[in-house]
Design a protein. Structure first.
Length: 113
């Protein structure tokens, strides 16, 4: 199993989309072949490194099915949570800038005419 830093580096590769499409082609070729499946060894023989296989195989499977990539899709709840975190940070900065001062209470005498 490759290290997480290698997998992260492979995912950030600028050529990743083309390589994922090529991996999907290789997988599809082996699925339609005699064996009926694509194995880890098939991908190694196609020239992929172990880190590339671990980083891109789920994306390639999603590409074959025509679904959004698991690694590149962001949940709407995660986006909403990020927006709430940004808003909370703004509020926290605003509150921390202004020192708290006790409210001033004055007595007002009523004037009767």
């Amino acid at each position: 199993m490759p290290s997480p830093s290698l997998i992260t580096a492979v995912r950030r590769d600028p050529d990743a989309r083309a390589q994922i499409a090529r991996m999907a082609q290789v997988m599809r070729h082996h699925q339609e072949g005699v064996e009926g499946c694509c194995t880890f060894l098939h991908l190694l023989q196609a020239g992929y490194t172990e880190a590339e296989i671990h980083a891109w195989r789920d994306d390639a499977r999603a590409y074959i099915r025509g679904k959004p990539s698991a690694n590149r899709w962001t949940s709407p709840y995660r986006i909403e949570a990020a927006e709430f975190a940004i808003e909370a940070h703004k509020i926290q900065r605003r509150v921390s800038r202004a020192p708290w001062v006790a409210p001033v209470v004055q007595q007002v005498e009523a004037v009767l005419a």
